[in-house]
Ligand binder design. Structure first.
Ligand code: AMP
Ligand code: MG
Length: 328
């Protein structure tokens, strides 16, 4: 019998209770400003193994470790000057740093890699929970492996209900896309591993060097490729077709197919017409995207047509997720 999953509001009493459970090796789904995470004590290998079990995640896919203060950073990773500069500039916030790992972090967390991914989140409830727990918390997105990341407590319950004991409800995720990941082990040759709300331009400005964007390898099974780098990931069940723009290209909208515009389209209505943000602002688009994909999946449309975001920066992050969701 699956164990019941309880959702908790962030009262001081609940936070203290969830911190105790985390210290005892239990899993807790937590709100972050990017997406909801499935957290465990990052220094406890047994607890971290439970994350992989609950998600059905292959053990070769490393986890991101969340910390509360810059002081905690040096206990799990070996930071350099460039990393500290990024940390001071962007933390707490949606930026994950890849750094050499200290032996305090069990290999299960880094999937055997000599590096570790570290982030200081800004969501106030998760920050309070991190402080109360007193240990770094490993947390990948709180969804079954391969599906769209959760941006609300209800999404977590829909995917992992019965498989985890506790969900901390911190409202809808403010950003709605997973963190930017930068490999900063070589300060003069940093690499962007995943685009996010902290843009390439912002990173280059802070570092004063070019940040390389490695070309994606197509191999979806390659042993050392992390899931954020898989071609197919973040995928709803419904097939997706991407369009540069839907404005002109859709003479009539096939009724069994969903049409998702970035902004509210003029003169088009119907039960299969959707938009991600009333005015097409990209922060609104990012916040709504995963919720929209989940809703359309539930409606069982035959196909989802969706517009790519124009420009760069946050658009790169949105389009990265759209391309992965559309990959078959
Ligand atoms: P998720 O939060 O589910 O997106 O998973 C965490 C992501 O962090 C993975 O998709 C990886 O891309 C990335 N990651 C974690 N640790 C490392 C590492 N040591 N090196 C490279 N990427 C990592
Ligand atoms: Mg994930």
């Amino acid at each position: 019998m699956p164990s019941p999953t309880r959702t908790y509001r962030g009262t001081p009493r609940n936070l203290a209770r969830l911190a105790r459970r985390l210290r005892a090796g239990e899993l807790v789904a937590v709100p972050t400003e990017t997406v909801y995470g499935l957290a465990a004590n990052a220094l406890d290998a047994t607890a971290c193994r439970r994350i992989y079990q609950a998600k059905g995640r292959p053990s070769r896919d490393p986890l991101i470790v969340h910390i509360h203060s810059i002081k905690q950073l040096a206990s799990i990773a070996v930071p350099n000057e460039a990393a500290l500069r990024l940390a001071r500039r962007f933390w707490p916030g949606p930026l994950t740093l890849i750094l050499p790992k200290r032996t305090t972090v069990p290999d299960v967390v880094s999937a055997g890699l000599p590096s570790v991914a570290v982030r200081m989140p800004s969501h106030p409830l998760f920050r309070r929970l991190l402080r109360l727990t007193g240990v770094p918390l490993a947390a990948p997105s709180a969804n079954p492996f391969g599906y769209v990341s959760p941006t609300s407590a209800a999404h977590v319950r829909a995917g992992l209900g019965g498989r985890i004991p506790s969900i901390l409800d911190g409202g809808p995720s403010r950003i709605g896309l997973e963190s930017t990941i930068i490999d900063i082990r070589r300060p003069r040759a940093p690499r962007l591993l995943r685009p996010g709300a902290i843009t390439l331009a912002a990173l280059e400005l802070a570092l004063g060097v070019k940040v390389r964007v490695p070309r994606k390898k197509a191999a979806a099974t390659s042993a050392q490729l992390a899931p954020g780098q898989l071609a197919r990931h973040y995928s709803p069940h419904t097939p997706i077709t991407l369009h540069a723009s839907l404005a002109r290209s859709v003479p009539h909208l096939a009724p069994r197919e969903a049409w998702v515009f970035l902004a509210r389209p003029r003169g088009r209505t119907g039960r299969n017409v959707f938009w991600l943000d009333a005015t097409g602002r990209l922060d609104g688009v990012a916040r709504q995207l995963f919720h929209m994909l989940r809703q359309l999946d539930a409606h069982r449309f035959e196909r989802i047509h969706i517009e790519l975001a124009p420009g760069s920066g946050l658009a790169d992050a949105i389009n990265d997720r759209l391309r992965r969701a559309a990959a078959r």
